[in-house]
Write a protein that binds this ligand. Structure first.
Ligand SMILES: O=P(O)(O)OC[C@H]1O[C@H](O)[C@H](O)[C@@H](O)[C@@H]1O
Length: 289
């Protein structure tokens, strides 16, 4: 199929799903539940990890893909872990297909009255999911404070991308050398990275601070993922490894071997928006063979 298109369809458990098709066998699938990307393919080949045990039943977040973490990363606040954007139903704002060479869909999240009870801030979060002509995936986030009462709000944010890898033992993360990080396994104690290449040989859960706009995951048996980002200074690297994986009901026992999370984030310096102000973040994923 060589046609660019935007298809609105049903996914697992009859949940609404959008499929973007680009030339040369590239595609992206995104659920309205969570604005959650669950597939990104180039030349028909899957690049994103989704657990074989993923539960597509709201309010459970989907294990794998690219969850949107907003307005709170992890337990850095009083909300449930990772906030609520990943388990809300988003709406389609427009699906003007290929006005350029790109194929995209714009998704929108606004708080419900119930959301306002747990996080009393009015906002509009627009997420544009774009599939570029070469098959690159771009996620553009625009968050606006629409609170007429004049209150600022503060948030933390991440695109919690689960990349599919041949085997975690073949993987190196590039671009984080000499940076400071908070180790989530040591009460977020701050350390400095002394390794040039980060390899993962046990449970790993770190927030690297003020990272370069370009990072990479080298999978020696498959491909290199290039992660380019704007407005998302931090990068979380996560792999649960064997023992932790066994405690995660929606992850197969050995599936930790076939995934790595490299999350473009804004955590170290939370973002504050005054009424009428807007924040933008951009993530572009590409591959090299
Ligand atoms: O299980 P979840 O709520 O989806 O979180 C999965 C993981 O997300 C991030 O990477 C955090 O740094 C980890 O501490 C957490 O375990």
């Amino acid at each position: 199929d060589n046609n660019k298109s935007v298809e609105i369809t049903k996914g697992i458990n009859d949940l609404d799903k959008i499929i973007l098709h680009q030339t040369q066998g590239s595609s992206v699938e995104v659920y309205l539940y969570g604005a959650h990307v669950t597939s990104w393919k180039k030349k028909g080949e899957e690049l994103i990890f989704v657990s074989s045990k993923a539960i597509f039943s709201p309010p459970k977040p989907i294990r794998g893909g690219i969850p949107v973490i907003f307005p709170q990363f992890s337990n850095l606040g009083s909300l449930p872990s990772h906030g609520f954007a990943r388990n809300r139903f988003w709406t389609i704002e427009n699906n003007l297909s290929h006005v350029t060479n790109e194929v995209f869909v714009d998704l929108l999240l606004k708080p419900t009255e119930a959301d306002l009870k747990i996080w009393p801030h009015r906002f509009e979060f627009r997420l544009r999911v774009t599939l570029k002509p070469g098959g690159d995936l771009m996620l553009t986030s625009c968050i606006r404070n629409t609170d007429a009462a004049g209150k600022p709000f503060t948030f933390t944010f991440a695109h919690h991308t689960y990349f599919s890898v041949s085997n975690i033992s073949e993987v190196e993360v590039k671009g984080l050398e000499n940076l400071d990080y908070l180790d989530n396994l040591k009460n977020r104690t701050r350390f400095t990275e002394h390794e040039d290449d980060i390899t993962i040989e046990s449970e790993f859960d770190r927030i690297y601070l003020s990272t370069p706009s370009k990072l990479a995951i080298l999978d020696h048996k498959k491909r290199t993922f290039v992660v380019q980002k704007d407005g998302l200074p931090d990068a979380v690297v996560w792999n649960p490894w064997e023992t932790k994986a066994k405690t995660i009901v929606d992850l197969g026992a050995d599936e930790y071997k076939y995934m790595i999370c490299l999350e473009a984030a804004a955590i170290g310096k939370p973002v504050t928006l005054n009424p009428g102000e807007e924040w933008k973040g951009r993530l572009q994923l590409s591959t090299r063979y």
